[in-house]
Design a protein around this ligand. Structure first.
Ligand SMILES: Nc1nc2c(ncn2[C@@H]2O[C@H](COP(=O)(O)OP(=O)(O)OP(=O)(O)O)[C@@H](O)[C@H]2O)c(=O)[nH]1
Ligand SMILES: [Mg+2]
Length: 465
């Protein structure tokens, strides 16, 4: 292993930046850039002058900490240099370390080394990334739970269940002729069934868990001038999109990640959908359709006083099984005139006969007096993250495709094993089918890891982590 170095804080102006090194030469290199000064005591921060090599120019006075192996983040000797932030100082210190023999770290290489030295498993490593990138409370809860081995523990339990099952089978194979088989077949079948169920249960958390990382794609759609951009701004809490009384104001799609009830949503404002002769507007409408194809939820906006015509109906039906909320916008204009007993102009009734579409709810909304905003904000997390809303995000849940692929693979192999038993396949032959299930869970945790698996996990990381 060589010694790696990187800037661990974001580049650019800031009060403090952190340059870190990991590897066998870390202390040697520190000595070279803090020449003629005492070695720092382990795990104790001390101020040192940092120079460009022995006798070189002074670069900064910085706080230096040495973490001897194996009790460091990576499990190797590590040095952290907390220097002044900005464009220059951290870069110069990093260059000085490289000049003394360190190599610039690759993305995620510190954490990768932590995995290789058994400081954490792969699921924990992935969660480190989520912790850094998280933007909502639920994602923070889920990431922290995984960093603390919450999910790893669950996967290890499942693996142990699998190993126990294999042990039953080994016993069964070794003593087939005994009068009373030590482990009756129905016990084997029962254990396999329990395992299948447990894997299935974990797998069911994947759709919500995976959305936690990117945010549920939430598309505002509807006829021009129906109040989409106004609602986009209201949900964002800032005037990001242009709002005018002119139909066809929004041309390009606007996207922002927002947290609703602690859960992440990728909110997209789109161009109003209608037949248009304007080339730019038409392109905007095309973009809107592309977003709609991928939407996790559609907020269909139509003014409270407008009828839902055949075009709207057709549009809603065309959405297929994408969950949709019908928003009757500008409710203030209706209720303002009619007082509190406002006629629910079309709201409930229209909602009733939209049978073909997946319209789950209808909400009367106004960005002028705030009607319905609270209700929409309560509805969205419930619709998309219902399971996690009920349990909280600090539960074992699969939050990445890599995780669900592995658990699905394990589940499929267990099912295959059960089917083989049922079809009368000899136990010795059937039991071989469980091996790959175990491998899948071991790869998931990184107990078995190939460069390919590690590359896939760490290529998403930033440099310095
Ligand atoms: N009274 C009232 N007016 C609203 C409300 N929401 C939007 N409006 C007005 O309706 C007009 C259109 O609003 P936008 O938000 O631009 O509508 P849009 O759906 O984004 O329109 P396009 O981008 O053209 O498709 C503007 O004049 C808004 O001020 C509301 O809740 N109440
Ligand atoms: Mg608009």
């Amino acid at each position: 292993m060589d010694t790696i170095a990187a800037l661990a804080t974001a580049a650019g102006p800031g009060a403090i930046a952190l340059v870190r090194m990991s590897g066998p030469e870390a202390l040697q290199i520190l000595r070279a850039v803090t020449a003629d000064q005492a070695d720092p005591s382990p795990r104790t921060a001390s101020v040192r002058s940092i120079t460009k090599g022995k006798g070189g120019d002074l670069l900064d006075r910085a706080l230096v900490t040495f973490f001897p192996r194996p009790d460091s983040y990576t499990g190797e000797d590590m040095v952290e240099i907390s220097c002044h932030g900005g464009w220059l100082v951290p870069r110069m210190i990093l260059d000085a370390c490289v000049a003394e023999g360190a190599r610039m770290a690759e993305p995620g290489e510190f954490t990768r080394r932590a995995v290789l030295h058994g400081k954490m498993d792969l699921v924990q490593a992935e969660a480190v990334l989520d912790l850094i990138e998280g933007r909502s409370k639920a994602q923070h809860d889920a990431a922290l739970f995984q960093v603390e081995r919450g999910l790893s523990r669950r996967i290890s339990e499942l693996r142990e269940q699998l190993v126990t099952l294999e042990a039953y089978l080994a016993h069964y194979i070794d003593f087939p002729e005994e009068d009373e088989a030590p482990v009756p077949v129905d016990r084997v079948v029962g254990a396999a069934e329990a395992l299948r169920e447990a894997l299935e249960e974990l797998l069911e958390t994947a759709p919500e868990g995976e959305l936690l990382r990117e945010g549920a794609l939430t598309v505002l759609a509807g006829p021009p001038n129906s109040g989409k951009s106004s609602l986009y701004n209201a949900l964002l809490g800032e005037e990001r999109a242009i709002v005018t009384e002119v139909p066809g104001t929004t041309r390009d799609a606007l996207e922002a990640v927002i947290s609703v009830g602690g859960f992440p949503f990728r909110l997209v404002d789109t161009a109003g959908l209608h037949e248009s002769d304007d080339r730019v507007e038409e392109m905007g409408i095309e973009v809107a359709r592309r977003y709609l194809d991928r939407a996790d939820v559609v907020l269909f906006c139509i003014e409270s006083h407008s009828e839902i015509g055949s075009a709207e109906r057709e549009f809603l039906e065309g959405l297929g099984d994408v969950p949709t909320v019908l928003l009757r916008t500008k409710a203030d204009l209706v209720s303002g005139k009619a007082g509190s007993a406002a006629p629910k102009s079309g709201g409930g009734a229209a909602f009733q006969d939209l049978n073909g579409a997946q319209v789950r709810e209808s909400v009367e909304i106004s960005v002028v007096d705030g009607t319905g905003l609270g209700r929409l904000q309560a509805l969205l997390p419930e619709m998309i993250y219902g399971g996690l809303v009920r349990t909280g995000a600090s539960v074992p849940a699969l939050t990445r495709a890599r995780q669900s692929e592995a658990v699905r693979k394990a589940r499929d192999h267990v099912v295959e094993f059960m089917e083989a038993l049922e079809a009368g396949t000899p136990v010795a032959v059937a039991s071989a089918l469980l091996r790959p299930a175990e491998t899948a869970l071991e790869e998931l945790l990184g107990l078995i890891s190939t460069d390919e698996i590690l590359d896939r996990v760490f290529r998403e990381f930033c440099i310095g982590k």
